[in-house]
Design a protein around this ligand. Sequence first.
Ligand code: SAM
Length: 239
Amino acid sequence: MQQYFADKPLKTGEEYIFTKEQAHHARDVLRMNHERIRLVYDGKGYFADAYPRGREFAAMVESEDPNDNELSVSVTLCAALIRREKMEFVLQKAAELGVSRIVPFESSRCVVREKKEKSLRLKERWTAILREASEQCKRSRIPELTDITDFDHLKEYMGDANLAAYENAYGTGRMLSECLGGSSITVVIGPEGGFSKEEVEKLAAAGFEPVSLGSRILRAETASVYACSVIAEWAEVRL
Ligand code: SAM
């Protein structure tokens, strides 16, 4: 079932007119005719019957969807900048795994530096990836994407539980899954080159507990997916 994020409020029994992009996607990409779809507006999902309407496309909003397909906790993923295609993979998987907010950041050992003048275009591209991934997995919200920030501002994004993935925490610190609680969780994942010792100390001093994701050294993109998966599973089964 195809989903679209509506650009105006939805009401059962009323017709929603697709945006130009949505009409193009429905008609020319999906070759849609009469089809049941899911529409979302402001975090609420509806089932609707879509149909071509002259050169446009429309849908009659039928009923509310009781499931919003969102996690019961708010998850913030602070992800250090990594190579472009891997970063985009992380964004897509974070959206599928229910993350509420993504904070890309630069730290001392990032091999990638995004130029300020390019960041607007990059943010548009990354937001499109988040929207497409959220539509594909039938979420009712698109993760918020902040501007690229720097390491020293991560404390501005803390929640009830604040965890920094650190490979040297294996055997000395707790596992991520032992540290989950509250209604908002922030997890920090470092870059390909990892965190410097000073950065780990700064994170701990700010209140981020260094946690292990196991004995193996994971690629940064694997670590992000691993951490978001553990949190999503915990959120789904917790009482
Ligand atoms: N310093 C690592 C090394 O020795 O090769 C490289 C960093 S790793 C490629 C990238 C990031 O993934 C780390 O900064 C950390 O946040 C996370 N990470 C990878 N494996 C981890 C593990 N076993 N436990 C906790 N965090 C891990």
